[in-house]
Design a protein around this ligand. Structure first.
Ligand SMILES: Nc1ncnc2c1ncn2[C@@H]1O[C@H](COP(=O)(O)OP(=O)(O)O)[C@@H](O)[C@H]1O
Ligand SMILES: [Mg+2]
Length: 361
């Protein structure tokens, strides 16, 4: 009943015009979407250009970049002609907000990952935070130097005015594809992968950010699935008051915390919820709540009922892991796992993902 009422009152407003595939992220809602577009035409791209760092000492830059590429980049206003500089080695993966390619840097011969953001979608997202001086994805991503977080090497604007990021290229599968394929590679590796994911998220939170798009698709595993790295700072915001206002409803619906869906005040604990859902899925190959059908509707049910216990799908799961994951998904913010540090401490003494089956199992 409560669920039905909440659904009826909030839904039309929020989800009407969003065409969201179940795995796809949402960056805004219908009415605001419309106003963003209008406003973004007014302001063009100036907000992002204004956010570029002030030019440091000319000759230092010229030295670092190499004289010829420095003058080339000055000629086109500091923007990079990515098609000229990077040779595409593998067909693009289209993300929800960007295109990603494995490329060869013609200047350095390095094999790297090139992410070029969709200009319109990025403008819409950034309009939402206009006046707040939100750092760009590149400015945030480049700050991380952590073994469990993808290394961003460079970022800037293309000659077409799109934001781009150059990253280390990660060879392995996304955690999402291992889950979809019910991969045997996960067996025996889940505990390590979960610890690493938790460490990555802890680093993000301790650096003062909320990732806002924690989901299996944003963890890339090594080819043998023995380790992983967190990617995609496309929706990341600083964990400061103005970015935690109620109403900012971005993220991937199947992993969205109830306080996000219901437009309440949010903080880093929304990532802890999404982490819990992701880990539940990694262990069980199921989602704790009904899978979204494409409109984001299913996210309204998050926290309305208790998910099926992990033990139902994994009878031998270590009870401490099951308890820790479930605690991440509690709808009540006071009862939910408070920090990733607390999560890691809770599972610190666990040695394997399963306990030996008891007699009769
Ligand atoms: N550094 C990387 N190495 C390998 N693949 C990557 C890397 N970064 C992104 N990808 C691939 O590109 C996809 C889209 O990138 P992502 O940063 O998640 O963008 P989006 O915001 O569009 O979701 C990812 O799901 C992943 O498949
Ligand atoms: Mg992504």
């Amino acid at each position: 009943m409560i669920e039905a009422l909440a659904t009826r009152s909030l839904l039309p407003k929020a989800l009407k015009a969003l065409r969201v595939e179940s795995g796809e992220k949402v960056t805004g809602d219908a009415e605001q979407g419309a106003s963003w577009v209008a406003k973004s035409t007014e302001t063009g791209f100036s907000a992002q250009e204004g956010a570029l760092p002030a030019a440091p000492k000319t000759w230092n830059i010229a030295y670092i970049m190499g004289i010829s590429s420095f003058f080339k980049s000055v000629m086109d206003g500091g923007k990079v002609d990515v098609a000229r500089r990077y040779e595409i080695l593998r067909e693009a993966v289209s993300g929800t907000m960007s295109d990603f390619n494995k490329v060869r840097d013609r200047e350095t011969e390095q094999i790297v990952g090139l992410k070029v953001l969709d200009k319109k979608k990025t403008e819409q997202l950034e309009m939402r935070f206009r006046g707040l001086n939100k750092p760009t994805e590149g400015e945030i991503a480049v700050q991380f130097n952590h073994p469990r977080i993808v290394k961003t090497l460079n970022h800037g604007l293309t000659t077409k005015g799109e934001q781009f990021l150059v990253m280390e290229f990660l060879e392995g599968p996304g955690l999402n594809s291992l889950i979809i394929g019910r991969s045997k590679l996960l067996d025996g590796n889940r505990l390590t992968l979960m610890r690493e994911a938790a460490e990555a998220l802890q680093a993000v939170h301790e650096a003062g950010f909320i990732h806002r798009d924690v989901c299996p698709r944003n963890f890339v595993c090594s080819p043998d699935a023995t380790s992983l790295k967190l990617i995609d700072f496309g929706l990341t915001v600083p964990a400061s008051k103005e970015f935690m206002q109620p109403g900012i409803r971005t993220g991937t619906p199947n992993y969205m915390a109830p306080e996000v869906v219901r437009r309440k005040h949010t903080d880093h604990r929304l990532d802890i919820f999404a982490f819990g859902v992701s880990m539940y899925e990694m262990f069980t190959f199921e989602l704790p709540w009904q899978r979204g059908s494409g409109d984001g509707l299913a996210a309204m049910s998050h926290g309305q009922s208790e998910p099926t216990p992990l033990e139902h799908f994994c009878p031998n799961i270590h009870p401490t892991l099951s308890k820790a994951i479930s605690q991440c998904m509690l709808p009540d913010l006071q009862k939910r796992m408070q920090t990733m540090k607390q999560f890691l401490a809770m599972i610190a003494n666990v040695k394997s993902e399963e306990v030996a089956p008891t007699a009769g199992n």
